[in-house]
Design a protein around this ligand. Structure first.
Ligand SMILES: O=C(O)CCC(=O)C(=O)O
Ligand SMILES: [Fe+2]
Length: 349
């Protein structure tokens, strides 16, 4: 990624401003109460649930601290990621993702038809992960397998261990989100048996034209929940709901950035929205981030929950099958770039 190819250049209106707004407004939520004994603090839990609900409503984004993920596991995966991406391109391309095997290394991802200034490594938590074989067949399934790099040798175990922590934290967060919607805590858990969640290692190399290109172009996450670890460089920007301004998420040591994805938007019948975000790059510093995308099982039919719809507030979405949505998103990178990605807006009533 030496000089800036035209493929990376954003349209004028989507270019980042170099004057950054770092808002205090994105809530920082302390989860330590979850690690304490249950009965002693039910009022504390109620407050936490309220905090989460209001963050989801106002921002669609929040950060969590005292989340219970061991710091050494986080440090280990960032180390392994640095080592992996520091290798020559030929080495990384040995586990290149392609149309058949959608997991592995990739350095030509496009968001809305503009190339992203980044390289990634994807792996799923369930190995293999079961997904539909095609868009139009309801029965046939296929399996996605992880491709593991040889170097660094500890990478596979480190990543598998870390993924388990992400799953654990995501279940806790989905429970709080369910409660904040007035539902029973385990309301969502059934959807995540045989989940299709995946992890991504992101590397954003220094970019000579940070005012023209983006690390990831503006987008919304298609899954249920995203749990992101970023390093101390910063670059993630969130579109503020109140005025549409792009707001930088300030790196907080050891925190996780949480955002609700499109599926929560549909389940909640738009009480919570999946908010647009993007990543700015930097001319001096490289940046690493590690998102975890918590996704339900492939055969989940996503639709507004009955408890949250009434005659007066009918469902705003038609049901769709998550697995078909997922394979469409994953494959669109290999098809003609002009085709629009599948969006939940296509299912809007
Ligand atoms: O690197 C980041 O901070 C965010 C990346 C992101 O939004 C994504 O991969 O969906
Ligand atoms: Fe994202």
């Amino acid at each position: 990624m030496g000089e800036v190819d035209l493929a990376f250049i954003q349209e004028q209106e989507h270019r980042p401003k170099l004057s950054i707004i770092e808002a205090e407004g994105i809530p920082l939520i302390d989860l330590s109460i979850l690690n304490e004994t249950q009965d002693a603090n039910s009022s504390g839990i109620d407050d936490l649930v309220k905090e989460i609900g209001s963050a989801c409503e106002k921002w669609g984004f929040f950060q969590v601290i005292n989340h219970g993920v061991p710091l050494d596991k986080r440090e280990k995966i960032f180390d392994a990621s640095r080592k992996f991406f520091a290798q020559p391109l030929e080495e990384k391309r040995k586990i290149k993702r392609d149309e058949v095997n959608v997991l592995g290394y990739y350095d030509t991802e496009h968001t809305k038809n503009v190339r992203d200034w980044k390289e990634v490594f994807d792996y799923t938590v369930e190995n293999p992960t079961i997904v539909p074989a095609s868009h139009d067949d309801d029965k046939e399934t296929t399996e996605w397998y992880n491709q593991w790099p040889k170097y660094p040798s500890e990478l596979r175990e480190t990543m598998e261990e870390y993924a388990k922590e992400m799953v654990k934290l995501s279940y806790k967060l989905m429970e709080l989100i369910a409660q904040s919607l007035g539902l029973v805590g385990h309301r969502f858990s059934g959807f995540f048996k045989d989940h299709t969640s995946f992890m991504r290692l992101n590397h954003y190399p220094p970019c000579p034209a940070p005012h023209l290109a983006l690390g990831v172009g503006r987008h919304k996450d298609g899954g249920a929940l995203t749990v992101l670890a970023q390093d101390d460089v910063g670059g993630l920007e969130v579109k503020r709901k109140s005025d549409g301004e792009w707001i930088r998420v300030k790196p907080t040591p050891n925190a996780y950035i949480i955002n609700v994805g499109d599926i929560v938007q549909v389940w909640s019948n738009e009480k919570y929205e999946s908010v647009e975000h993007r990543v700015m790059v930097n001319s001096e510093k490289q940046r690493f981030s590690i998102p975890f995308f918590f996704n339900p099982a492939y055969d989940t039919i996503v639709k507004p929950l009955e408890e949250l719809t009434t005659e007066k507030t009918p469902p705003k979405y038609k049901p769709y099958q998550w697995g078909k949505f997922l394979i469409n998103r994953k494959r669109s990178n290999f098809m003609k770039l002009k085709a629009e990605n599948i969006q939940i807006a296509h299912f809007r009533v």
